[in-house]
Design a protein around this ligand. Structure first.
Ligand code: NAP
Length: 228
């Protein structure tokens, strides 16, 4: 069925971001997708009709440039997907301050910088603002100690989303902190539990189901509620 909804996917060069673009394209969405290097779009460049924009999330000049280029667009979905795992091993004694800074800037602060600039262009009533969180961001679940810095960065993202929404005062907005599952990507590794197709089909189905349902929810790709 023809579908005129528009999505903005932040961080779509590979992995889950690319998968989200593929699923939304299958469903007939108009898509704007960002990558750090538009000269090398990879498989994203093979998807017809996708408008590719450049964004290094940690560069505020690029963020402002993207905001300017997107003036006048109205989004049914803004999905801030980009993220990093951080330094390995995640040893708190040996880790470098700059590596911790890069991890928290990319995973917790930059997504809010994106959202602050673009939330005014999320469609009133039915629009969805989604962030790629992780079940590891749940502070009440003591899993993932070998990824303790990454886990803390996603807990920080969840906290930053809450603070952002208090400041924003947009009670009409549907905001999702999403756990994609443990997924076979460069980050998730080949031993992960599910593939990109399963995860991204699930997430797109959840976005459709949650549209119009105002408020903030922390859910996984199957729509199950997670503990903050
Ligand atoms: P991935 O294959 O490593 O892809 C990461 C994506 O983020 C790439 O497109 C990368 O772009 C982009 N990115 C990283 N830093 C960026 C920055 N500073 N500015 C702009 N783009 C940046 O990882 P993935 O598994 O698809 O993960 C996507 C998201 O899901 C992440 O937020 C991750 O934490 C989350 N997540 C993944 C899993 C899993 O099992 N895979 C589980 C829970 C949560 P480049 O290609 O330019 O590097």
């Amino acid at each position: 069925m023809a579908n005129s909804r528009t999505a903005l996917i932040i961080g779509a060069s590979r992995g889950l971001g690319l998968g989200l673009v593929q699923r939304l394209h299958e469903d007939g969405w108009n898509i704007i997708a960002t990558v750090r290097d538009p000269q090398k779009p990879g498989a994203l460049g093979d998807i017809p009709g996708v408008r590719i924009e450049q964004l290094e999330m940690n560069d505020t000049t690029q963020l402002d440039g993207l905001k300017q280029r997107l003036t006048g667009e109205l989004f049914d979905l803004v999905f801030v997907n980009a993220g990093v795992m951080g330094p390995l091993p995640q040893d708190v004694d040996s880790v470098q301050p700059s590596d911790v800074g890069d991890l928290f800037m990319t995973n917790a602060v930059a997504p809010i910088r994106v959202a602050r600039r673009l939330v005014g262009q999320v469609r009133e009533g039915s629009g969805v603002l989604a962030f790629m969180s992780s079940i590891l961001g749940s502070v009440t679940i003591p899993d993932g100690s070998e990824l303790c810095l990454y886990k803390a960065s996603k807990a920080a993202l969840n906290s930053m989303i809450n603070s952002f929404l208090v400041e924003l005062q947009r009670p009409d907005l549907c905001v999702l902190a999403m756990h994609p599952g443990w997924v076979k990507t460069d980050m998730g590794g080949e031993n992960a539990e599910i593939d990109v197709l399963t995860s991204t089909r699930g997430m797109v189905d959840q976005i459709n189901a949650q549209s119009g349902n105002a408020g903030l929810r922390f859910i996984n790709y199957k729509g199950e509620s997670l503990i903050w």
